[in-house]
Design a protein. Sequence first.
Length: 275
Amino acid sequence: MSELPLAKVLLLSLGSIDDATKNLLKKYHAHLYCHSGKLDFIFNDQCMACKSGQFLFWFADSRWDVMEVSKDFKASVLLVEKNFLIDNVPDQGWSINAQLHSRVHPVKDINTKAEKEKILNNFNWLLLRFQETDHRFYEEALKLQMRLFILEMWHSFANEYERRRHSLQTGTLYEQFINLLQQHCLTKREVQFYANELNITPKYLNYLCKIHSDRTASDWIHGHAKERIILLLQNRHLNVAEIAEEMQFSSTSFFTRYVKKLLGQTPTDFRKRLG
């Protein structure tokens, strides 16, 4: 396909994915419903597939690449400009959990015809609102439609998210640690806290992490904190002091030092690079 101009919202029907399409998909947050066939891809160094009746979500600038597209592949893809989506997230707490979940599990099963129709209707409603430029309250209506779209997507996949979280709660100690991280790492950044929650010693928690992932518990904690900090800094509606308070740092300066240690730059410098 030829290069399309950047817009806040695009809706495509795909039967193949060439280099131009791939470049476009990487510029946007991509919501894909597969009608038929299969798409094999690499996501964060893992081989994955999206088959007929499944939904796939990629964040803009995610690490993925297409391996193979079947001859009968057909998909509807809604593309949303990255800042437009991030700036209109209706609930920051759910946003962080949903985004981190999607970074690990980008493919979702769509089990009923009603679910499929709702997803495709949501695609069309957002596109139609974007195209209705003569609306007297165009910008306000478009932003509200974006927020409604996000809420509808969260609603569609909330049960799967909760089911996966429950399976972790009843799983091994290591799996329970990962689940605790997803719940608490916004404010809890000490190995001792998680060891206490699991009724084990910090030394044993590190041992479990090393044998399962070759990473220490501290690596996991700071890795999750880093992801959340990046998501919060991308939200232009929060200033640095509010983020520091949200993460329960004792002061903005302490938060700034922590961010510089994790990201190699201060929160202000990070935001400047975002543009």
